[in-house]
Design a protein around this ligand. Sequence first.
Ligand code: ZN
Length: 282
Amino acid sequence: MGPGPDWTLVRYANPHYATKFKPMFILFRQILVTAVAFVFAVTAGQVRAENSFSMVVIDPGHGGSDPGGIPGQMVPEKTVALDTALRLQKLLRGAGLRTVMTRSTDIFVPLSVRSAIADAERDAIFVSIHYNASPRSSAHGIETYSENNRGAVLAARIQQEIIDRVSTKNRGTRSAEYYVLRKCRLPAVLVECGFLTNPTEAQLALTTAYREQIAEQIAAGIIEQRQFAFPSLAPTHRSGHLVHKNKNHRKIVDLEHAKPPFWAFCKFLGSYQILFPAFASS
Ligand code: ZN
């Protein structure tokens, strides 16, 4: 008797198959299904955690008593940085991303508080918005900083998007241990959106069209990054080696080395933001 309905009937009618092989097959199938489901669940979880982020912490540089830039600079960095950051926020929210601003008005926010705001977020990236300054008025162009290999991936995308559309010098992506980057657990970048000490770029930065264009290109880089995984963190930290281009940034970074009471106060402010996220969220 060959394979066919009758053969199948005989096979299952055989007590040998029914009591031994069929339960084993069911058990094997059950283990296989469970294993596949487990692998799928774990992989899906990892893909979600690694690949995408749903939140962007936007950090407009300086603010309040800290105008940014260098002494004697005509266009205050804090103002154009905030406007660009608010434009970026609007664009990202339009694209379905959640955002948190480290400041959304002209107030001074200590760097440690900015870090604490970022640290309170999960599934997020950190984007700091600055404009550059140099004692040489000829210095111009756009550059994006990161501190580690995860930020570098995001920095490269943002820098490329800006350079594709804004016709200025491509100063490239650079590595620097800015406080807000070094202290940030999230993939973090700092974008220098042009030199306010360069007459041409300062005039541009004063136009809403330029700031909107910069915001659009930063948003494009961020949205593009959502499709890709961040690499796992490579240990590249060079402790004690600070890289800063101008006196003003160096001064800001030095807040990190402030005396303990001030630091404790900053931590207190930081926990306030964590306890009442509505204060920081928007
Ligand atoms: Zn700055």
